[in-house]
Design a protein around this ligand. Structure first.
Ligand SMILES: Nc1ncnc2c1ncn2[C@@H]1O[C@H](COP(=O)(O)OP(=O)(O)OP(=O)(O)O)[C@@H](O)[C@H]1O
Ligand SMILES: [Mg+2]
Length: 182
């Protein structure tokens, strides 16, 4: 449990993402249900099990990951990082990894969309492995199908991410485009 309430861990545009403003339809009902159950089960999770949300753009991956984060952030230490942005900051020099390694829950948004190199893979391995060994759960979102993680992220990252988390696929329309009537 938190002793001191931190500043909101989510960027302003993602703070409003909740389960109540997520439209549930047959194509996303299962991921929605598993994410709400994950919040319920979170206090008892011991193994560091997290979630992997995949699917096409605009199907609600970031929304659902942030709904989990928003539901837990009052009681737990939650951190959020957009992977390409995180790696860009890390390239810039000194970077405090501790919050990402130690938070009770970390959201790694958009894994796979970073510019890939041995350096980025190594940085991501440090975070993923560092959290695994301390049984700290992570929620990943990605546009890549889990079957392609190996190719996109490399065997070592793919094995750790897929071996410790429940994978969920978001189907349905691109809600971004729908909003503007496309
Ligand atoms: N089921 C839904 N109900 C209500 N709003 C939704 C739903 N799915 C997505 N949205 C909204 O659509 C927008 C895009 O959703 P989101 O950012 O979660 O997409 P994404 O799957 O992460 O896409 P990308 O792969 O491009 O990152 C957001 O404003 C989000 O709130
Ligand atoms: Mg997203």
């Amino acid at each position: 449990m938190l002793q001191v309430k931190p500043a909101d861990p989510l960027p302003p545009g993602l703070r409003g993402h909740s389960f109540t403003n997520f439209q549930v339809a047959p194509y996303n009902e299962e991921p929605y249900r598993i994410c709400t159950a994950y919040v319920e089960r979170f206090p008892e999770l011991k193994s560091g099990q997290g979630l992997v949300l995949t699917g096409k753009s605009g199907t609600g991956k970031t929304h659902l990951a942030c709904a989990v984060a928003n539901a837990l952030k009052e009681k737990y230490w939650v951190q959020f990082a957009h992977v390409p942005t995180l790696l860009e900051k890390m390239r810039g020099g000194s970077f405090d990894l501790e919050p990402l390694l130690n938070a009770h829950l970390l959201i790694l948004d958009d894994i796979g969309s970073e510019r890939e190199s041995p350096w980025t893979t190594e940085r991501l391995l440090i975070i993923v492995e560092g959290r695994l060994v301390h049984c700290r759960p992570t929620i990943y979102t990605s546009n890549y199908e889990t079957a392609d993680f190996d190719k996109r992220l490399g065997m070592r990252l793919a094995s750790r991410i897929l071996g410790h988390n429940v994978a969920l696929v978001l189907h349905g329309p691109d809600y971004r485009l729908q909003r503007y009537g496309y």
